[in-house]
Design a protein around this ligand. Sequence first.
Ligand SMILES: *[C@@H]1O[C@H](CO)[C@@H](O)[C@H](O)[C@H]1NC(C)=O
Ligand SMILES: *[C@@H]1O[C@H](CO)[C@@H](O)[C@H](O)[C@H]1NC(C)=O
Ligand SMILES: *[C@@H]1O[C@H](CO)[C@@H](O)[C@H](O)[C@H]1NC(C)=O
Ligand SMILES: *[C@@H]1O[C@H](CO)[C@@H](O)[C@H](O)[C@H]1NC(C)=O
Ligand SMILES: *[C@@H]1O[C@H](CO)[C@@H](O)[C@H](O)[C@H]1NC(C)=O
Ligand SMILES: *[C@@H]1O[C@H](CO)[C@@H](O)[C@H](O)[C@H]1NC(C)=O
Ligand SMILES: *[C@@H]1O[C@H](CO)[C@@H](O)[C@H](O)[C@H]1NC(C)=O
Ligand SMILES: *[C@@H]1O[C@H](CO)[C@@H](O)[C@H](O)[C@H]1NC(C)=O
Ligand SMILES: *[C@@H]1O[C@H](CO)[C@@H](O)[C@H](O)[C@H]1NC(C)=O
Ligand SMILES: *[C@@H]1O[C@H](CO)[C@@H](O)[C@H](O)[C@H]1NC(C)=O
Ligand SMILES: *[C@@H]1O[C@H](CO)[C@@H](O)[C@H](O)[C@H]1NC(C)=O
Length: 858
Amino acid sequence: MMINCFIGIITFLTTYGSATILSDPYTTVGKLNGDLSLGGLVPIHNSYDAATEKCKNLDITNIMRVQSMIYAIHSINQNPAILPNITLGYEIRDTCVSRTVALRQSINYFYDDRSERSSNCNTADTPSSSDSYQNCTSDVCGNGTDSSTEIKTDSQGNNNVNRDKIISVIGPLYSSEAFIVGTLLSNLHVPVVSPLATSSLLSDKTEFTTFFRTVPSNSFQGRAVTAVIHYFGWNYTAVLWEDDDYGNSLVEEFQRSAKEKNVCISKVILFPKRPTASQLQSIIKELRALKVTVVFIASNAKMAHEYFIQATIANFTGITYIAPISWSQSSSIISEIDSDIIGGTIGLTLGSSKQYQFESYIKSLTACNNSGNPWFQTYFRSNVAKGDIPVNACIPVSAWNDSSKITNSQTITSAFIFNAIYAVAHALHDMLKCNRDHCQSLPEEKFDTKKLVAYLFNVSFVDASRENFSFNQNGDPVHIRYNIVNLQPNGKNVVSKTIGAWLTTGQAIINDSVIVWNKARLHSGVPISACSSDCPPGTYRDSFSNDKCCWKCISCYISSISNRTNAEQCHVCPYGYLPNSNHTSCVKAVPVTIDIGGLLSITLMVILAICGSIVISFWIITILHRHHQVIFSSNSILIHMSYIVLLYMLASSYVFLLPRNRQFCMVTIVTYTTSATLLTAIGLSMTSAVVALFSEVMASCRYSEHFKTKGQPLLVILLLCIQIVIVLLWLILSPIATYMRIDFNYKIYEMCHFQSLVGPIVSLSYIGILNVIYLGLAIKGRHCPDNFADAKYLCVACCINMCIFTFMVLTYFITFGPWQAGISSFSLVACAMSFLLCVMAPKINIMLSFPQLTITVK
Ligand SMILES: *[C@@H]1O[C@H](CO)[C@@H](O)[C@H](O)[C@H]1NC(C)=O
Ligand SMILES: *[C@@H]1O[C@H](CO)[C@@H](O)[C@H](O)[C@H]1NC(C)=O
Ligand SMILES: *[C@@H]1O[C@H](CO)[C@@H](O)[C@H](O)[C@H]1NC(C)=O
Ligand SMILES: *[C@@H]1O[C@H](CO)[C@@H](O)[C@H](O)[C@H]1NC(C)=O
Ligand SMILES: *[C@@H]1O[C@H](CO)[C@@H](O)[C@H](O)[C@H]1NC(C)=O
Ligand SMILES: *[C@@H]1O[C@H](CO)[C@@H](O)[C@H](O)[C@H]1NC(C)=O
Ligand SMILES: *[C@@H]1O[C@H](CO)[C@@H](O)[C@H](O)[C@H]1NC(C)=O
Ligand SMILES: *[C@@H]1O[C@H](CO)[C@@H](O)[C@H](O)[C@H]1NC(C)=O
Ligand SMILES: *[C@@H]1O[C@H](CO)[C@@H](O)[C@H](O)[C@H]1NC(C)=O
Ligand SMILES: *[C@@H]1O[C@H](CO)[C@@H](O)[C@H](O)[C@H]1NC(C)=O
Ligand SMILES: *[C@@H]1O[C@H](CO)[C@@H](O)[C@H](O)[C@H]1NC(C)=O
């Protein structure tokens, strides 16, 4: 034992003073005995050599974190309000930033795996270990009279350290270590409260059932970054990330919350593992090509530093970077990278208030009154005690030449460490049902750490920053605050200035007026980061590439509108509505009517005037020659009737051009069906007269005068009456409505709507059947040696009539608007004129050519 102790001292003395001290991580333990103890896992050395199982490079920042633990436990022990008659001890171990060591150390809290190591000076596992530590150190540090309270407690109290006294482990500080320690201790049902492990994976309570932390999970950083980007209205951003747990969780949460807030991420670029300069240069080239102005670097400080070195070489300026906690305060970046490159960066820092009392406490520490932290003494001897400073001098930290660095590094993180320790203390306080002056007696058997986990989930207290502290169901802190900093150019370099904060409420609170942006940015004022400008109403956004942040604005198609900015698509106006001129809203459609003074109307009127005058002149001629043989041999009433029908038809044809509505539709139907029926009926009765005449001539050369004078007009009226009945039934049984029809030029026309096709079909079929009979009779009588070949002309007229009729019916149903009106009217005119020219014109011709064939009236 003593021999080993001396060997330890000799080893120590021989390595003392050299730059690197190799030390066995398992032998040195910072320890205080108490009724119950907290474990502490801190990476005091920052590298571990697995081959020799030795650690090197003492990290003063983490040594001071050990000091935070000691300080917090002391203040709890001195505070009568928490755990009144219970003394908390501690047992702090080094993890050397190694998962192996961290695992081994956490096993050491509960199982003895160190029997072969227990011989060294500082081990805590033998009853006399603390004494031996004191003895060893007293050789080095002064006269040993100023040993700290810890040692005294230790030597006065029960030196037989009971492993069952470890109720919880504070730490580890790094996520990589926390995974392994968290997994192990979850299996042992021992609560682990990490002050600084930020990986979002640790929130998974199915795996890390007893893991708590007082620092926000990385995933909140993603949300905070989104809030910052949203605050400045940037939505064309690039993300550079490193494929490790840190980068992953940051990017994952950033993408998720960006989607929620409608912030567009243009490009997500992965840093290669151990990137070469040329790989980083090609990333920079890509960013240049993208023309992004805001870049979020989700990586550790080392990677960000390498990137910035390449960005400096490439003179890649004008970018506003967004920094996560990992590098926003990184001294290597802040002090080495040119302000042209990183000036104007907006970063996040852990938001916790400065612990002034603790700061003055560490400034007062000396190597002589801080034996509870053995690494503090080692650091003092190896790094501070040089030149005129003797190794046994009791010089307070405030007099060390790097004192400001030591104290500054604590200002942010110590609050998280205090919270971790206070959370356990308060949970224990609740669990032991402590009142003002005493707690329940401790159980005889092993302490129930599982129960402590349940109390930790419910713990709630006001922390040193006077904020309420509690854990959520994932063991994460409920109240989160990130400070938002701006890296402002200061000569060649930058300084970090706090410009605002982000709280769990989700809003970034930023004081814009103090921000200094990157000098070389493209826009003055707040940098603008958008690929495309907004699409105004009346257009829609069309992404033209996979890059969904960039788009083109395309005008809405002719019948559709968009009434908001950045519409994804245009909407077709509802029935009866048309877009306004700028396609921003639908307006009630006003149907286009045919212009009375328009070309169509004028043309029709001219034609009607010509046709009408022809009909009238024919009629006058007929009246003048009323005693002519032609009239006599035909039926004079029928001939006069046909003139009237022809005029009626010409008049009806104009009806099609009138503005449409329900009444108009009915009038059109009536005029059209009656005029078509009348014309056919006249033709039919003329043919039947011809045929009858012919038959009678063949039979007896006599024919009924009675039929000739009365029968034919009566037949016409009878046939017309049938059609009128059909039409009346049609209009009564299936009333006519109207509908809107849009043409290719997006003019809207009101159209007649036949609710049922039965009416039109019956009515038109009736006309069709009459025509067929008419044609049949005309064909039958075409060779009749009738006077003036009436039947032949009637046959031609009927054929023309049928063609026009068919054409008109078909086109009526497939055309609309002026086309429909025009075709319908001209068809009617054509029907009338074909009859006039085929049937009446030959008669007139004969009358005029052979005026002598007059029959003297008896
Ligand atoms: C430590 O030193 C004290 C006296 O200074 C002595 O009584 C004690 O036995 C020593 N302990 C060990 C383990 O050597
Ligand atoms: C040693 O102890 C004496 C009192 O016992 C004290 O006055 C003196 O300052 C101490 N020396 C050191 C270096 O601490
Ligand atoms: C992008 O930013 C512009 C300007 O700040 C904004 O008008 C637009 O709505 C944003 N687009 C999205 C998708 O957030
Ligand atoms: C870097 O680029 C800026 C403009 O972007 C230019 O003013 C400056 O001269 C360049 N510096 C070097 C070293 O090329
Ligand atoms: C340590 O000792 C120095 C003087 O030696 C004293 O000022 C300081 O308060 C002490 N600190 C602690 C924590 O005991
Ligand atoms: C502090 O002193 C040591 C040794 O004297 C020296 O190596 C180191 O650079 C100094 N540090 C500062 C920040 O001056
Ligand atoms: C605290 O006080 C209570 C009541 O006096 C006692 O039962 C218990 O054992 C004490 N606890 C300790 C750790 O001394
Ligand atoms: C924690 O709080 C919940 C609800 O407030 C309660 O049901 C539960 O019993 C509490 N657990 C402990 C261990 O006090
Ligand atoms: C802490 O919680 C109490 C009640 O639970 C509330 O009154 C107080 O305002 C809270 N303090 C802070 C800083 O949120
Ligand atoms: C845009 O149109 C939709 C439906 O077409 C309507 O619900 C909404 O109120 C309109 N918005 C505006 C601002 O006119
Ligand atoms: C669209 O046109 C209407 C008039 O037609 C006008 O009042 C309105 O301001 C225009 N809207 C836009 C966005 O141009």
